[in-house]
Design a protein around this ligand. Structure first.
Ligand SMILES: [Mn+2]
Length: 159
């Protein structure tokens, strides 16, 4: 099972188009917010199951604020992240993820890729495909794969 994880495209989907083409067949698409009006576009181009949450710039969007769902044996919590002060540190979002019994928490907002695994909790941010802010400023996204034993593998990708 192949999962494409992106965030913070901010109404600019050229890089997303490219990534979708590169990724080929995917089983699940996750967008962690700040689509800025690209909801219809995403509906049109993404054929598989998708989870998209609302970012701090999605003012009039009807997207859900955050979501919880399962990917195989993993309980997943997705949120844009600004409610949990992710620009400061990941302490609050980790606390929230643990209170929801999540195995994986995914967020965006900072436009910087992040990945950590500690005490059974995976915390990740794919970075931004449109406006990257980490050193080097390469647009980034993440591919998650569930292998035949049901185990998750993660790959941070850059354009
Ligand atoms: Mn943003």
């Amino acid at each position: 099972m192949k999962i494409l994880i992106v965030s913070d495209t901010h109404a600019k989907h050229g890089n997303l188009d490219y990534v979708l083409e590169q990724a080929g067949s995917i089983d699940l698409f996750i967008h962690l917010g700040d689509v800025e009006g690209d909801e219809e576009y995403l509906d049109a181009v993404i054929e598989c199951e998708k989870h998209i949450v609302r970012g701090n710039n999605d003012f009039f969007s009807r997207l859900p604020r955050e979501e919880e769902f399962d990917i195989g044996k993993y309980h997943v919590f997705i949120t844009h992240g600004h409610y949990y002060y992710v620009s400061m540190d990941v302490d609050t979002i980790i606390e929230e993820a643990r209170s929801r019994n999540a195995d994986i928490v995914m967020f965006g907002h900072t436009h910087k890729p992040y990945f950590s695994q500690k005490d059974g909790l995976t915390v990740l941010n794919p970075g931004s495909l449109s406006y990257p802010r980490q050193d080097g400023r390469k647009p980034s996204y993440m591919v998650m794969e569930i292998d035949e034993e049901g185990k998750a593998h993660y790959e941070q990708k850059y354009l």
